[in-house]
Ligand binder design. Sequence first.
Ligand code: 13P
Ligand code: ZN
Length: 272
Amino acid sequence: MKNILESHYVQEMIEATSNMYRLGWDERNGGNISYLLSEEEVSEYINLNQVIRHIPLEFDGSELVGNYFITTGSGKYFKNVKSKPAECLGLFRIANSGKELELLWGFDNESLPTSELPSHLMSHIARLKVDSQHRIVMHCHASHLLAMSFTHSLDPRDFTRTLWQMCTECLVVFPEGIEIIPWLVPGTTEIGMATAEKMQTARLVIWPYHGIYGSGTTMDEVFGLIETAEKAAQVYTYVQAQGGVKQTITDENLIQLAERFGVTPKANYLTD
Ligand code: 13P
Ligand code: ZN
């Protein structure tokens, strides 16, 4: 068996969490990541028949039975993932009952998966229905997006349009726009259902006064999505501090961009 610490997925989890901490998106234990793995990827490194622990699941995970995930642990600090991967991360399979997880590696010292597992697993279910290549869900407390949720309209069309206008790249990176749920108690099945519902049409979902969820096929894609939206929110913060918008990217410009880069902006989000 190969050393799992050298697997591409443990390395990607370490790299992503370290970068997210470095960028100030994940204070204390803030943020969580889940990564859907294939059986082949897992079996190279661990014995699939050796279940270390059974962990109850609070909602019905039947749709994901037999699937493997590596996730961050609850209460774990992203700054520590690199030095304590086997405690801060865990790899599990969804049991046949759909009601528990079979821990196969990690979550040392009785650690548990992220408390946001409902939002993660329900988002995986939603995204897999629209994208068979989907693999990753990432949550963090990106500072400028979080701040914007206090000062900007929370209408998803308004919010998306502002972000598209703050950096020329944005429309190309997330043409489907950003979705927003109401404020809800974190870690609950309720917030999981609300997030997953929005994930049916978008890869980015704002949790007002809390943070953001991103999803996609690769770690780079999801990280880049959040990074781009967060950069736009940072520019918005500067623009507001400098006295507000005097001129901006027009809808006509955005349409030209969409044509040039072959993306389809969310319907009715531009005037034409
Ligand atoms: P966990 O430490 O349980 O992953 O929770 C962090 C968080 O960001 C809650 O929304
Ligand atoms: Zn959070």
